[in-house]
Design a protein around this ligand. Structure first.
Ligand code: CA
Length: 229
């Protein structure tokens, strides 16, 4: 895919063992103009995800044979960058971090509305096709939007796509407070539930990753407002 034609046919993969739910999601997405493949267990899903080219994968966590977290990790390990939305009944913060840490880009907690799922799908695809911009630098921290590589003092830091997007946004406004609302607007779609604590959760993991081993701690919280780098 050349990335410029968001209007061309998008191909999605749904990996979900609840057949009825899988079929409902497929029906909705097909009506929305997507081409959709389905897998009903982890093994089949991982095989399809690795052998076919998809624009996005919708991935359940509790799956027979191979669970969603494993699938996600395995795909990322092989360099597969297809955007992944995790579909999960698990809703504790720890589960969310595990999901995002395994390389997923977003997650939706069951039960969810189809409108929400669709808007997340569109937002993720749109973001994965955005044009890159030049390298950003804040002190020893360097972010390359083109290669998606972040380094600090020449040491590479592995970030999930969401953490990367937040860091990029903060670095673009170096020295200024970036509000939580702005982060939500830029990193998620407009339908995102602003009461969710996901921004705080992600900033905690992001901060841990970029500051571990360094005296100079980057990214400060401005209480009740947002974050600053
Ligand atoms: Ca399941």
């Amino acid at each position: 895919m050349d990335g410029s034609k968001y209007t061309s046919l998008m191909r999605l993969l749904i990996i979900e063992d609840e057949i009825r739910l899988n079929d409902i999601i497929k029906k909705g997405l097909v009506e929305g103009g997507f081409a959709v493949d389905q897998a009903y267990d982890g093994e089949e899903g991982q095989y399809l995800a690795g052998s076919e080219s998809y624009d996005l994968i919708i991935l359940d966590l509790m799956l027979p044979k191979i669970n969603g977290i494993e699938i996600c990790k395995n795909l990322r390990k092989k360099g597969n960058k297809t955007p992944i939305i995790i579909l999960t009944a698990k809703s504790t913060t720890e589960d969310k971090i595990t999901g995002l840490d395994s390389g997923a880009d977003d997650y939706i907690t069951k039960p969810f509305s189809f409108v929400e799922l669709k808007s997340r799908v569109h937002a993720l695809i749109r973001r994965s096709h955005q044009n890159p911009s030049p390298v950003l630098k804040v002190q020893g921290l360097i972010l390359n939007p083109l290669s998606h590589v972040v380094t600090r003092e020449k040491k590479q830091i592995k970030l999930t796509p969401k953490e990367f997007a937040i860091l990029e946004l903060l670095m673009r406004s170096e020295g200024e407070v970036t509000t939580r609302t702005k982060i939500i607007e830029h990193v998620w779609d407009y339908n995102f539930d602003v009461m969710s604590n996901i921004v705080d959760v992600l900033v905690v993991t992001l901060r841990k990753k970029i500051n571990s081993g360094y005296e100079n701690k980057l990214i400060k919280t401005v209480h009740g407002v947002g974050y600053i780098i």
